[in-house]
Design a binder for this molecule. Sequence first.
Ligand SMILES: [Zn+2]
Length: 70
Amino acid sequence: MADCPNCGTWNPDDKRVCWRCQTPLPKPQPEKRRNPAMLWGLPLWTWVILVLMTIIFFVTQCGLLQTMPR
Ligand SMILES: [Zn+2]
């Protein structure tokens, strides 16, 4: 499925050189592993959990303060 970089001719996958102009074809690139969305060195889901934990923490703290006898 590689197009020749020189003449743009389609070449089969197993071809090492272009069948038309004999230009060496680039090797088919292995599919890059997609990195998960990162934010400041941590995956995004880690931040989601951290934010949720913080929200839950504050909500529970507020709830404790409201029920605390004065
Ligand atoms: Zn070519």
